[in-house]
Design a protein around this ligand. Structure first.
Ligand code: HEM
Length: 271
């Protein structure tokens, strides 16, 4: 842990120094361009409500890096894993993409609202493979009764969204990956529909949910739009392991091995 902290501190110091240097160089013309700039401004503020130390700035920066990278990447990996087992779902998704985006360009953020099937895939992936299985622990503020269980004030409570996503009282055929269940449905992932809480809910809900959603939808859309996906000849769909590994973000136990082939004109793959 100590060695890891040392490594991370070096990385954070490098990032923070870069931002400080830019601020000094621009002097009066400096305008905060991102989260790190804002944190540094708060740390410099002589009279803030809460004084930010440099350790706190490092901590917040690390929170955003750890909260915002693996969570989205693993969700996309789960989505592709589910889709690759059901080629007709990939066909449905690419038909939608071809209709809305065409085959002459990559998907852009502004296309996303016009891709309802893609949104349904994302919700279905987060229902069945939520990255945060148990939300952040809560504390009961008063005696209460939930579904017939008495919970005393002061009890630490864990909300198991993995079980909720697979609860047959809430979902028809919960073990099946079936994005259509969300087509035309009003259920969203913003913390107001309690049967689907991949980003949590309430005051401790994921602060990065809107960025996370965009990252997942845009990267998944482009991976499906830009490539044909199939399993290696040596793997049958029914043999693809969907086992989860224990961890902070519930990754696949065995990384997905897949074959990708370009499906757009060649010039679009040049940087
Ligand atoms: C697939 C994308 C993501 C998923 C599924 C996800 C999920 C979650 C969940 C379930 C929580 C706990 C919420 C609760 O207990 O109510 C959480 C907390 C958090 N997330 Fe995310 N997240 C994602 C992306 C991001 C991004 C992009 C960022 C930042 C850039 C981020 C930063 C955080 C932070 C800092 C917390 C802790 C909040 C606190 O403790 O008050 N997450 N996330």
């Amino acid at each position: 842990m100590k060695a890891l902290k040392k490594k991370l501190d070096q990385f954070h110091d490098h990032v923070l120094d870069e931002h400080k240097r830019r601020k000094e160089e621009l002097d009066k013309d400096f305008v905060a361009q991102g989260f790190v700039d804002l944190l540094l401004q708060l740390a410099d503020d002589p009279d803030p409500d809460v004084k930010l130390t440099s350790d706190a700035v490092r901590g917040f920066t690390q929170d955003l890096i750890s909260g915002g990278t693996d969570s989205s990447a693993r969700t996309v990996e789960w989505a592709i894993s589910e889709l690759i087992k059901e080629p007709q779902l990939i066909r449905q998704a690419t038909e939608e993409l071809d209709k809305v985006v065409g085959k002459e360009r990559w998907v852009e953020e502004t296309d996303i609202p016009r891709l309802p099937f893609l949104e349904a895939i994302m919700k279905e992936t987060m229902r069945i493979h939520p990255v945060g299985v148990l939300l952040a622990p809560r504390l009961a503020m008063q005696d209460c009764n939930v579904a017939g269980y008495d919970i005393r004030k002061g009890t630490r409570v864990f909300v198991n969204i993995w079980s909720m996503g697979r609860d047959p009282y809430l979902w028809e055929r919960p073990e099946e990956f079936h994005p259509e269940r969300f087509v035309g449905s009003n259920i969203n992932v913003k913390g107001t529909d309690f049967e689907l809480l991949p980003f949590g809910a309430g005051r401790r809900m994921c602060p990065g949910y809107s960025l996370g959603l965009k990252m997942i939808q845009l990267s998944l859309a482009n991976l499906l739009h830009g490539f044909n996906w199939k399993l290696p000849d040596s793997t049958k769909a029914e043999d693809l392991s969907m086992e989860e590994a224990f961890g902070m973000i519930t990754p696949r136990k065995f990384p997905l091995v897949a074959v990708m082939e370009p499906r757009l004109p060649h010039h679009l793959y040049k940087l």
